[in-house]
Write a protein that binds this ligand. Sequence first.
Ligand SMILES: O=C(O)[C@H](O)[C@@H](O)[C@H](O)[C@H](O)COP(=O)(O)O
Length: 233
Amino acid sequence: MTVQILEDRDALARAVAHRLTERIDELRRSTGRRPRLVLTGGTIANEVLAQLVGPVSLWRDVDYYWGDERYVPSDDDDRNEKQAREAFLTRFEIPEDRIHPMPAAGEFASKDDAADAYAAQLPESFDLVLLGVGPDAHVASLFPGFPQLDEKERRVVPVDDSPKPPPERLSLTYPMLNSATAVWFVVAGEDKAPAVAAALSGAPVDEAPAAGVRGVEETLWLLDTDSASRLPR
Ligand SMILES: O=C(O)[C@H](O)[C@@H](O)[C@H](O)[C@H](O)COP(=O)(O)O
């Protein structure tokens, strides 16, 4: 577990964009295949994507997945996929066969079917998972006290009545998230400070879902001074 603290959210977004560029380049060389990257929704994550710069060839040679998605129509502004396209994927004209979005509402008979369909197309594991963290220490769409925290078999699950709107979502589960080689939490803002402190101090997963995610080889917390303000000095 490593923590890096940047002075503000702009510096954080720039630092994560730079670190992500370097890691993707390293992964392409070390694995000899396209890196498998999991994107997250959320404001700081979109700010990171907006900071990414070339070379275009690097970003076109990556497979993009999502850690969670709002179960709304594909053209809905609430879609994490739509926000990622606007911030980054369209700008670099990423080929569609590299983009693996979670199903949108209406594509399958139910959220349950949609979750299973997405699980069926996932790789065995991911090289890198990016996660935002909510003020309640949720990650992806895994919320405190919700039954999805106890899922041990399924890799993707539906979520109803999410406390963070919109209420209907799909989410990767702990088994899928924890199969990743590396997990990077990217968190900015004073409102997240209690969640960061809880997750890093080993709070129970049921209270701080972020505490339940670890990379097989690397777990990194990338923070600004505000979100880190409750950590012990
Ligand atoms: O679909 C979602 O809402 C996100 O995946 C969610 O898990 C997000 O990452 C956190 O809520 C942090 O979001 P902010 O960075 O906007 O606070």
